[in-house]
Design a protein around this ligand. Structure first.
Ligand code: NAD
Ligand code: ZN
Length: 256
Protein backbone atom coordinates (compact mmCIF):
# COMPACT_ATOMS: atom_id res chain seq x y z
CA UNK A 1 0.00 0.00 0.00
CA UNK A 2 1.43 3.39 -0.96
CA UNK A 3 1.47 6.26 1.54
CA UNK A 4 -0.94 8.23 -0.71
CA UNK A 5 -3.42 5.36 -0.60
CA UNK A 6 -3.11 5.03 3.17
CA UNK A 7 -3.66 8.77 3.61
CA UNK A 8 -6.88 8.56 1.59
CA UNK A 9 -7.96 5.55 3.65
CA UNK A 10 -7.35 7.40 6.92
CA UNK A 11 -9.19 10.50 5.65
CA UNK A 12 -12.15 8.25 4.84
CA UNK A 13 -12.05 6.63 8.30
CA UNK A 14 -12.07 10.13 9.82
CA UNK A 15 -14.94 11.51 7.75
CA UNK A 16 -17.03 8.37 8.36
CA UNK A 17 -16.33 8.23 12.09
CA UNK A 18 -18.97 9.14 14.66
CA UNK A 19 -16.54 9.83 17.47
CA UNK A 20 -12.81 10.10 16.79
CA UNK A 21 -10.04 10.92 19.26
CA UNK A 22 -6.26 11.25 19.10
CA UNK A 23 -3.83 9.64 21.51
CA UNK A 24 -0.43 11.31 21.43
CA UNK A 25 3.03 10.92 22.91
CA UNK A 26 6.40 12.59 22.94
CA UNK A 27 6.95 11.87 19.21
CA UNK A 28 4.43 14.51 18.11
CA UNK A 29 6.59 17.17 19.80
CA UNK A 30 9.89 15.83 18.41
CA UNK A 31 9.61 18.05 15.31
CA UNK A 32 9.22 21.05 17.64
CA UNK A 33 12.68 20.22 18.99
CA UNK A 34 11.46 18.63 22.25
CA UNK A 35 13.36 15.35 22.73
CA UNK A 36 11.46 12.10 23.29
CA UNK A 37 12.35 9.78 26.17
CA UNK A 38 12.95 6.58 24.22
CA UNK A 39 14.24 5.99 20.72
CA UNK A 40 17.03 7.72 18.85
CA UNK A 41 18.36 10.82 20.69
CA UNK A 42 15.92 10.00 23.53
CA UNK A 43 16.52 11.74 26.84
CA UNK A 44 16.94 8.39 28.58
CA UNK A 45 19.88 7.41 26.47
CA UNK A 46 21.67 10.11 28.50
CA UNK A 47 20.12 10.01 31.99
CA UNK A 48 18.72 7.35 34.28
CA UNK A 49 14.97 8.05 34.51
CA UNK A 50 14.73 6.70 38.04
CA UNK A 51 17.20 9.32 39.15
CA UNK A 52 14.76 12.22 38.69
CA UNK A 53 11.43 10.86 37.48
CA UNK A 54 10.40 9.03 40.63
CA UNK A 55 9.40 10.81 43.83
CA UNK A 56 12.24 9.23 45.82
CA UNK A 57 14.80 10.09 43.14
CA UNK A 58 13.41 13.61 42.85
CA UNK A 59 13.68 14.26 46.60
CA UNK A 60 17.09 12.60 46.94
CA UNK A 61 18.55 14.68 44.09
CA UNK A 62 16.41 17.79 44.57
CA UNK A 63 18.67 20.50 43.14
CA UNK A 64 19.97 18.40 40.26
CA UNK A 65 16.48 17.11 39.45
CA UNK A 66 15.11 20.66 39.46
CA UNK A 67 17.93 21.80 37.15
CA UNK A 68 16.83 19.07 34.75
CA UNK A 69 13.14 20.07 34.90
CA UNK A 70 14.08 23.74 34.54
CA UNK A 71 16.12 22.88 31.45
CA UNK A 72 13.11 20.99 30.00
CA UNK A 73 10.79 23.91 30.81
CA UNK A 74 13.13 26.34 29.04
CA UNK A 75 13.28 24.03 26.04
CA UNK A 76 9.51 23.66 25.84
CA UNK A 77 8.94 27.38 26.42
CA UNK A 78 11.10 28.20 23.37
CA UNK A 79 9.54 25.46 21.24
CA UNK A 80 6.67 26.20 18.85
CA UNK A 81 3.82 23.84 17.97
CA UNK A 82 4.58 22.08 14.67
CA UNK A 83 2.32 21.20 11.70
CA UNK A 84 1.38 17.91 13.44
CA UNK A 85 -0.06 19.70 16.49
CA UNK A 86 -1.77 22.22 14.21
CA UNK A 87 -3.32 19.51 12.05
CA UNK A 88 -4.99 17.95 15.10
CA UNK A 89 -6.32 21.36 16.18
CA UNK A 90 -7.72 21.82 12.66
CA UNK A 91 -9.43 18.41 12.73
CA UNK A 92 -11.11 19.41 15.99
CA UNK A 93 -12.15 22.78 14.53
CA UNK A 94 -13.66 21.00 11.52
CA UNK A 95 -15.70 18.85 13.91
CA UNK A 96 -13.93 15.55 13.19
CA UNK A 97 -11.94 15.14 16.38
CA UNK A 98 -13.60 15.12 19.79
CA UNK A 99 -10.48 15.23 21.97
CA UNK A 100 -6.74 14.82 22.20
CA UNK A 101 -5.63 12.49 24.97
CA UNK A 102 -1.96 13.21 25.47
CA UNK A 103 0.89 11.80 27.50
CA UNK A 104 2.82 15.00 26.86
CA UNK A 105 3.47 17.56 29.56
CA UNK A 106 4.49 20.41 27.24
CA UNK A 107 1.13 22.12 26.47
CA UNK A 108 2.01 22.34 22.76
CA UNK A 109 -1.40 20.92 21.75
CA UNK A 110 -3.15 23.76 23.57
CA UNK A 111 -0.78 26.34 22.08
CA UNK A 112 -1.60 24.95 18.61
CA UNK A 113 -5.31 25.57 19.24
CA UNK A 114 -6.61 22.20 20.43
CA UNK A 115 -9.36 22.86 22.96
CA UNK A 116 -10.34 19.53 24.42
CA UNK A 117 -6.99 18.19 25.65
CA UNK A 118 -6.70 15.58 28.38
CA UNK A 119 -3.28 15.56 30.01
CA UNK A 120 -2.82 12.03 31.32
CA UNK A 121 0.63 12.68 32.74
CA UNK A 122 0.07 16.18 34.08
CA UNK A 123 1.96 19.26 32.95
CA UNK A 124 5.25 21.03 33.53
CA UNK A 125 3.32 24.28 33.85
CA UNK A 126 1.74 23.63 37.22
CA UNK A 127 3.83 23.31 40.39
CA UNK A 128 2.61 21.78 43.60
CA UNK A 129 3.93 21.20 47.09
CA UNK A 130 5.68 17.89 47.81
CA UNK A 131 4.26 17.91 51.33
CA UNK A 132 1.22 15.59 51.13
CA UNK A 133 -0.65 17.47 53.86
CA UNK A 134 -0.24 20.82 52.05
CA UNK A 135 -2.49 21.48 49.04
CA UNK A 136 -0.62 24.42 47.56
CA UNK A 137 -0.37 24.49 43.75
CA UNK A 138 0.27 27.24 41.23
CA UNK A 139 0.13 27.62 37.44
CA UNK A 140 3.29 29.14 35.95
CA UNK A 141 4.05 30.60 32.54
CA UNK A 142 7.83 30.59 32.77
CA UNK A 143 10.41 28.38 34.49
CA UNK A 144 11.15 29.29 38.12
CA UNK A 145 14.17 31.58 38.49
CA UNK A 146 15.53 29.86 41.61
CA UNK A 147 15.53 26.10 42.04
CA UNK A 148 14.13 24.37 43.92
CA UNK A 149 11.14 26.72 44.24
CA UNK A 150 9.73 26.79 47.77
CA UNK A 151 6.13 26.50 48.95
CA UNK A 152 4.94 29.87 50.35
CA UNK A 153 2.62 28.05 52.77
CA UNK A 154 4.79 25.37 54.37
CA UNK A 155 8.34 26.01 53.06
CA UNK A 156 8.67 22.52 51.53
CA UNK A 157 10.04 22.31 47.98
CA UNK A 158 7.56 22.49 45.11
CA UNK A 159 7.54 19.88 42.34
CA UNK A 160 6.30 19.94 38.76
CA UNK A 161 2.82 18.45 38.43
CA UNK A 162 3.97 15.64 36.16
CA UNK A 163 3.30 11.99 36.88
CA UNK A 164 6.44 10.34 38.24
CA UNK A 165 7.13 6.62 37.95
CA UNK A 166 5.06 4.62 40.37
CA UNK A 167 2.49 7.41 40.78
CA UNK A 168 -1.17 7.23 39.88
CA UNK A 169 -2.51 9.19 36.94
CA UNK A 170 -4.60 12.28 37.77
CA UNK A 171 -7.92 10.65 38.57
CA UNK A 172 -10.27 12.96 36.66
CA UNK A 173 -8.08 12.98 33.53
CA UNK A 174 -7.95 9.17 33.50
CA UNK A 175 -11.71 8.87 34.04
CA UNK A 176 -12.44 11.24 31.15
CA UNK A 177 -9.91 9.49 28.88
CA UNK A 178 -11.43 6.05 29.50
CA UNK A 179 -14.93 7.42 28.98
CA UNK A 180 -13.96 9.11 25.69
CA UNK A 181 -12.14 6.00 24.48
CA UNK A 182 -15.09 3.74 25.20
CA UNK A 183 -17.32 6.03 23.12
CA UNK A 184 -14.89 6.23 20.19
CA UNK A 185 -14.98 4.36 16.91
CA UNK A 186 -11.58 5.70 15.80
CA UNK A 187 -8.31 6.58 17.52
CA UNK A 188 -5.36 8.27 15.84
CA UNK A 189 -2.27 7.10 17.71
CA UNK A 190 0.60 9.51 17.12
CA UNK A 191 4.19 9.52 18.31
CA UNK A 192 4.00 7.10 21.19
CA UNK A 193 5.97 3.94 21.85
CA UNK A 194 2.99 2.54 23.79
CA UNK A 195 5.29 1.41 26.58
CA UNK A 196 3.92 3.48 29.46
CA UNK A 197 0.91 1.96 31.25
CA UNK A 198 -1.90 2.53 32.07
CA UNK A 199 -1.94 5.32 29.42
CA UNK A 200 -1.05 2.77 26.72
CA UNK A 201 -4.42 1.02 27.27
CA UNK A 202 -6.37 3.86 25.63
CA UNK A 203 -6.10 2.61 22.00
CA UNK A 204 -6.92 -0.93 23.15
CA UNK A 205 -10.13 0.32 24.79
CA UNK A 206 -11.18 1.78 21.44
CA UNK A 207 -10.34 -1.44 19.62
CA UNK A 208 -12.10 -3.64 22.17
CA UNK A 209 -15.27 -1.65 21.52
CA UNK A 210 -14.99 -2.36 17.79
CA UNK A 211 -13.25 0.90 16.86
CA UNK A 212 -10.34 1.37 14.45
CA UNK A 213 -6.73 2.27 15.19
CA UNK A 214 -4.59 4.46 12.93
CA UNK A 215 -0.93 4.55 13.95
CA UNK A 216 1.56 7.18 12.76
CA UNK A 217 5.21 6.75 13.77
CA UNK A 218 8.50 6.66 11.82
CA UNK A 219 9.42 3.54 13.84
CA UNK A 220 7.19 0.61 14.66
CA UNK A 221 5.57 0.79 18.08
CA UNK A 222 3.25 -1.28 20.29
CA UNK A 223 0.24 -0.64 17.99
CA UNK A 224 1.77 -0.96 14.50
CA UNK A 225 0.90 -4.68 14.18
CA UNK A 226 -2.72 -4.40 15.29
CA UNK A 227 -3.49 -1.03 13.67
CA UNK A 228 -6.07 -0.94 10.88
CA UNK A 229 -3.70 1.47 9.15
CA UNK A 230 -0.05 1.99 10.11
CA UNK A 231 1.66 4.91 8.39
CA UNK A 232 5.42 4.90 8.73
CA UNK A 233 6.26 8.59 8.82
CA UNK A 234 6.64 11.76 10.83
CA UNK A 235 3.57 13.34 12.39
CA UNK A 236 4.42 16.81 11.05
CA UNK A 237 4.49 15.50 7.49
CA UNK A 238 1.67 12.95 7.49
CA UNK A 239 -1.01 14.73 9.57
CA UNK A 240 -1.25 17.88 7.39
CA UNK A 241 -1.67 15.64 4.31
CA UNK A 242 -4.50 13.79 6.05
CA UNK A 243 -6.21 17.08 6.96
CA UNK A 244 -5.88 18.26 3.35
CA UNK A 245 -7.54 15.06 2.15
CA UNK A 246 -10.28 15.33 4.80
CA UNK A 247 -11.01 18.94 3.80
CA UNK A 248 -11.12 17.97 0.12
CA UNK A 249 -13.62 15.15 0.62
CA UNK A 250 -15.60 17.29 3.08
CA UNK A 251 -16.02 20.12 0.57
CA UNK A 252 -16.98 17.61 -2.15
CA UNK A 253 -19.61 16.16 0.17
CA UNK A 254 -21.12 19.54 0.97
CA UNK A 255 -21.23 20.62 -2.69
CA UNK A 256 -23.29 17.57 -3.74
P1 NAD B 1 8.39 7.72 23.97
O1 NAD B 1 9.58 8.60 24.14
O2 NAD B 1 8.32 6.44 24.70
O3 NAD B 1 8.19 7.37 22.42
C1 NAD B 1 8.22 8.35 21.44
C2 NAD B 1 7.73 7.73 20.15
O4 NAD B 1 7.62 8.77 19.19
C3 NAD B 1 8.70 6.70 19.57
O5 NAD B 1 7.96 5.53 19.25
C4 NAD B 1 9.24 7.36 18.31
O6 NAD B 1 9.50 6.45 17.25
C5 NAD B 1 8.10 8.29 17.94
N1 NAD B 1 8.48 9.46 17.14
C6 NAD B 1 9.68 10.11 17.09
N2 NAD B 1 9.62 11.14 16.22
C7 NAD B 1 8.37 11.15 15.71
C8 NAD B 1 7.69 11.98 14.77
N3 NAD B 1 8.32 13.00 14.18
N4 NAD B 1 6.40 11.70 14.47
C9 NAD B 1 5.75 10.65 15.07
N5 NAD B 1 6.36 9.83 15.95
C10 NAD B 1 7.63 10.09 16.28
O7 NAD B 1 7.16 8.65 24.30
P2 NAD B 1 5.77 8.33 25.00
O8 NAD B 1 5.19 7.12 24.40
O9 NAD B 1 5.03 9.60 24.98
O10 NAD B 1 6.15 7.97 26.51
C11 NAD B 1 7.08 8.72 27.22
C12 NAD B 1 6.60 9.44 28.46
O11 NAD B 1 7.45 10.58 28.58
C13 NAD B 1 5.22 10.02 28.41
O12 NAD B 1 4.60 9.60 29.56
C14 NAD B 1 5.37 11.55 28.48
O13 NAD B 1 4.70 12.04 29.63
C15 NAD B 1 6.79 11.81 28.72
N6 NAD B 1 7.45 12.78 27.80
C16 NAD B 1 6.80 13.90 27.39
C17 NAD B 1 7.41 14.79 26.52
C18 NAD B 1 6.65 16.02 26.07
O14 NAD B 1 5.77 16.48 26.77
N7 NAD B 1 6.97 16.56 24.89
C19 NAD B 1 8.70 14.54 26.05
C20 NAD B 1 9.35 13.38 26.50
C21 NAD B 1 8.69 12.51 27.36
ZN1 ZN C 1 3.35 23.44 51.04
Amino acid sequence: MSIEYKIRLVAELITKSRHAIAFTGAGISAESGVPTFRGKNGLWTRIDPMKYASIDGFIANLREAWEWYKWRMELVEKAEPNPGHRALAELERLGFLKAVITQNVDRLHQRAGSRNVIELHGTLWVLRCINPSCRYSIGISEPPREVPPICPECSSPLRPSVVFFGEELPREAWRRAVELASRSDLVLVIGTSGAVYPAAYIPFIVRDNGGSIVDINPDRDAYSEIADVYIQGRAGEILPRIVEEVSRSDSQQSSI
